[in-house]
Design a protein around this ligand. Structure first.
Ligand code: ADP
Ligand code: MG
Length: 246
């Protein structure tokens, strides 16, 4: 399997407190990988270092064999690492499709072209992205009236406009009901399968994790304690100990 991301001996210390301690892993092309672990395990700290938001105390991050440690978020994004935000970054007064059109214009570096012709130009392409996230029937609704789960789908469509090769999703289903969580991750799994994009995500609902990940890594107190398939992780005594507090 071709590797897209490699993380080696990643560490983050907050005033001497090791939030992430010597974490190493890789993500393959077309892989849907989960990073799980209890609250405070260091998942978001890891994600923020991968995206360039936080500078690692030590360690190296490689994307396609090139070192990206210490690069600015914008540069990492430009190299094909997309993300979804915990707080949605949509324009509420615009319609669903207009939000996608904006993202496409930004991707094609045509932000200056806010002219009717440019809008028409990107409408068809935007519609395709809405189909990918099953929102084509909501294209002309203002974002302000969308249900929370639909906003999350729209946010996913916007992230996809930039053709990421690796998508980082830190708790993409936070605040959603269980059935909506499963539906959103099913959609992400379909996108991974159809488009060959790689996804690394965190999620605290174990049903969702076990249903949709190819591979699961378990973080506890800043350290990776185990990794493997859903079956392997589910039956791992260390994981049960961490989650059941036994
Ligand atoms: P998770 O996402 O797994 O819940 P985090 O990465 O948010 O965990 O946090 C890991 C640990 O680092 C926690 O103990 C948290 O309190 C601590 N932490 C996170 N951010 C900061 C910060 N900016 N300054 C100090 N400590 C932090
Ligand atoms: Mg977190």
């Amino acid at each position: 399997m071709t590797e897209i991301l490699r993380v080696e001996h990643l560490k983050k210390s907050y005033d001497g407190f090791l939030a992430v301690n010597d974490v190493s892993f890789s993500v393959a092309k077309g892989e849907l990988k989960a990073l799980i672990g209890p609250n405070g395990a260091g998942k978001s700290t890891c994600f923020n270092m991968l995206m360039g938001q936080l500078k690692p105390t030590a360690g190296t991050v490689w994307l396609d064999g090139k070192k990206i440690t210490g690069l600015r978020p914008r540069e990492i994004w430009r190299r094909g690492v997309g993300r979804t935000f915990q707080i949605t970054g949509t324009y509420p007064s615009m319609t669903v499709i207009e939000n996608v059109q904006m993202a496409l214009m930004s991707h094609h570096r045509k932000l200056y072209a806010i002219a009717p012709r440019a809008w028409r130009l990107y409408r068809d392409e935007a519609f395709e992205f809405l189909k990918t996230v099953e929102m084509e029937d909501q294209a002309d609704r203002p974002c302000s009236v969308l249900a929370y789960g639909d906003l999350k789908r729209l946010e996913l469509a916007i992230a996809l406009c930039h053709r990421p090769r690796l998508l980082l999703m830190d708790e993409p289903t936070a605040g959603m009901a269980s059935s909506a969580r499963i539906a959103l991750m099913q959609l992400v799994a379909d996108i991974v399968r159809d488009q060959g994009v790689s996804v690394l995500f965190t999620e605290h609902d174990m049903d969702v994790v076990f249903a949709h990940s190819h591979h699961i890594m378990v973080l506890n107190r800043g350290e990776l304690i185990t990794e493997g398939s859903a079956e392997e992780v589910r039956n791992d005594a260390r994981v049960q100990e961490v989650y059941l507090g036994g």
